[in-house]
Design a protein around this ligand. Structure first.
Ligand SMILES: *[C@@H]1O[C@H](CO)[C@@H](O)[C@H](O)[C@H]1NC(C)=O
Ligand SMILES: *[C@@H]1O[C@H](CO)[C@@H](O)[C@H](O)[C@H]1NC(C)=O
Length: 397
């Protein structure tokens, strides 16, 4: 029975203590988080007392200052004193009457992060204090790079690196790979700086294949200091030697023909044109070569394409037929045009007769390349000279 009474008594005492504690003199404070460079408000207030305030003291401990150290005093008259280095950065913004000892810490730095203690000295009860946590966040500096440009090959290499530099807390870095997610893998490393910031590097690793060159990927960075996710677009870079070289014609041949050496290579290769067993005299402009269409330019031409990883050769065989044949073809074309024109204009004439005339005219001209058929007079029939006139008039239209 006595035993039970004893327990009851203890219980009541404990309860009274608990109740009195919640209504007792105490300091309330508010922890806060700010982005580096901003001003931080450190709020504290003494409640449930009417005793005489003698002094408010602020202390702090940080990553550098491991033990609590005074840095600011406030007298009951509102006078302030800064010690141990914070100087003008600390400002009293509380109210003595309200018993608030709130301070403003201006232009925060990463090393301001820590635990701040607000101590109210009152007479006669003595000091009352509370601890406030100040968190400093630092937004990351982000970027995607390729530190060493991968060269096409079988072994796994770092294809790209997404970096979120010097943030606090550490940033969350990930990749959006789309179709590439099966062919590449991701490795993320976090390193801590002595100043309290973190650098996160996320590596994209895979075999450097030519197909990956210019493939688009995205790096995503999330951080508490950012109001939304950062998305960084990146196109992968893979280096490879020149692949198949081909030479194509890029104009309709007139007196000369322009050729282009076409190849897939990264980085952009250099082009060296040459002519087998002869010196090259034709005009060259990087991947272009202009060859005058004369028979003395007949022969084999080479386009040697090279970058630092290798080279490739393209060949071109030029065989220009003789000049007189070329003239023949030009004349034939004109005559054909003349024939069509005369057919259209002079339809009342017999088509077969025209055809026969045309053919005899054609024979004349091919038989005497380079000669003006009109000047040879006698061999021309009246109808053929009419056809000739028609041709000229159709040309001048
Ligand atoms: C990531 O960190 C691990 C362990 O420190 C290290 O072995 C690895 O080489 C790092 N990865 C890269 C790609 O640097
Ligand atoms: C092509 O160029 C490369 C690099 O300049 C050189 O090493 C190679 O011998 C050249 N090949 C020919 C056939 O000219």
């Amino acid at each position: 029975m006595i035993f039970l009474q004893h327990h009851l008594f203890l219980g009541v005492v404990f309860f009274i203590l608990l109740c009195s504690r919640t209504t007792a003199i105490r300091v309330i404070g508010r922890s806060t988080t700010v982005t580096v460079g901003q001003d931080a408000t450190l709020f504290c207030q003494l409640v449930e007392t009417s005793e005489k305030l003698t002094r408010i003291t602020w202390q702090k401990r940080t990553r550098q200052i491991l033990r609590n150290k005074n840095f600011f005093f406030i007298t009951p008259e509102g006078k302030t004193e800064s010690v141990n280095g914070l100087g003008d950065r600390t400002k009293f913004i509380g109210d003595i009457q309200e018993l608030t000892g709130t301070i403003l810490l201006k232009n925060t730095a990463l090393l301001d992060e820590g635990v701040y203690t607000c101590i109210f000295n009152i007479f006669p009860s003595g000091p009352f204090e509370t601890e406030i946590k100040l968190n400093i966040q630092v937004p990351p500096v982000v970027g995607v790079t390729t530190e060493v440009i991968p060269v096409v090959g079988e072994s796994e290499v770092i294809l790209a690196t997404c970096t979120a530099t010097k943030s606090r807390p550490a940033a969350d870095v990930s990749w959006r790979l789309g179709d590439l997610s099966d062919s590449v893998k991701v490795q993320t490393n976090v390193s801590a700086d002595p100043d309290g910031s973190f650098t996160v590097k996320s590596f994209l690793i895979g075999a450097a294949s030519k197909d990956l060159n210019q493939q688009k990927v995205q790096c995503s960075v999330n951080h508490t200091s950012l109001n939304k996710e950062l998305i960084l677009d990146y196109a992968l870079i893979i280096h490879y030697p020149p692949q198949v070289v081909s030479i194509i014609s890029v104009n309709v041949p007139t007196a000369s023909q322009e050729f282009q050496c076409v190849v897939d290579a990264n980085p952009q290769p250099t082009f060296t044109w040459s002519r087998v067993n002869k010196t090259l005299s034709s005009p060259v402009n990087a991947d272009r070569l202009i060859i005058p269409l004369t028979s003395d330019n007949n022969g084999l031409y080479l386009c040697n394409v090279s970058n630092q990883y290798g080279n490739g050769i393209g060949t071109l065989y030029v065989n220009v037929s003789t000049e007189s044949t070329a003239v023949c073809w030009v004349l034939f074309t004109f005559l054909l045009l003349g024939f069509i024109a005369s057919c259209l204009i002079g339809w009342k004439f017999n088509v077969f007769e025209r055809l026969r005339t045309f053919l005899s005219e054609l024979r004349n001209r091919i038989g005497r390349p380079g000669h003006d058929p009109v000047s040879t007079g006698g061999s021309m029939s009246p109808s053929s000279s009419r056809s000739q006139n028609r041709r000229e008039s159709s040309e001048s239209q």
